[in-house]
Design a protein around this ligand. Sequence first.
Ligand code: FES
Ligand SMILES: [Fe+2]
Length: 404
Amino acid sequence: MTHRAMPGRNLTDKYPELGKGPVSTVPYYDQAFFEKEVEIIFKKTWLWTIRESEIPNPGDYFVKELPTLKRSVIIIRGKDQQIRAFDNVCSHRGAKVVVAEQGCAQRFICPFHAWSYNTEGVLVGVPDAAGYFDLDQGKLGLHAVPCETWEGFIFIHPQDQPAQSLKEFLGGWGAAMSGYPFAKGTDRYHFQAILNVNWKVAIDAFPETLHVPFLHKDSVRPTLAGPRNPFGHLVDFVAYGPHRTASVWGDKEYVAPPVQGLAYAHASGPTIVGGRFSGQSNLPPGVNPAKSPNWSVDVNVVFPNFLVVVSEGMFFVHQMWPLSANQTQYNLKGYYPAALNGAQRFAQEYAMIELRNTILEDISTMEGIQSSFDAGVIKELHFHDHEVALRHQHQVVTGLVGSP
Ligand code: FES
Ligand SMILES: [Fe+2]
């Protein structure tokens, strides 16, 4: 009898500093711990907002609400093509200058008393200016927010003087992923939900696939687990400072039923298996880090709240915005290449719904987990070797905030 090599064994051994013991559940429900997370993590780190392709032309803007920080930020492409970010706060009495979610503007006019600002945030108009006292308009522009771009992803930093550049922050992960063809994803879809869970519980549903054979038995089990990977092991895990990559197995021998097969045959965009990994692609070294022939997707967690899921020919993102210790705004955004024909459009719609349905399965366990934590019934978590990404998140967060 031959033993099949199981995918990606002993992942936790690669990172002895993570330990192997049980971890406390306190960081997942305690309000005081949550408030420290906001101060120590979310107010001091680079946070993803939108893609450059969402504001392609001069004057295009997007208003990004950052509920964890209780801030609203305008991200705008100027006439000079430069992308800038500003707090959406009028310098007169603090009204939101822009109420639309997105658009194209030559200038912004505050709806309250019509102070106006140009696309570079300069205060250019004050009705009845003579009635104010010693108004120095040159100092009353919109408050600039540090804003940098990596591979078309626009990040902002909540502090006026970030301690690190975005490139430094993304570190080894950013270097290993640079060159992925993100720019091909120009069309998008977006799902949003308020989940009654801690933000880390929501993240933890995605960079492990041990649950695939069970929770996803009616959806993606045959493609991401199945008889050749019965326990849903990963093919690899890589930690890059606070960031992490969970590399997911895929069954290359899977035969899709007719309609799914038609969708996969025409897919240029996201499918869950995505797959079709040729092993000869020019994808950057961070993609499929083990270079496994049985690879489907990588779930990348960019610390703290941004997940980028990539395969060959598709990507989608999740973002979790904590609202309280046990409530989170969840966002799923998928990015497609523009469909060239009806068959590709069908494949994209199919893939979008397939992904949505799978994620609804993921979400189905979350609020039950949170109630167990909130009730104090479960005090410790026992992570499997292939839940190493969850252990890593726990250690990064407690390393910054302090052990509970
Ligand atoms: S608050 Fe904006 S013009 Fe008054
Ligand atoms: Fe899942």
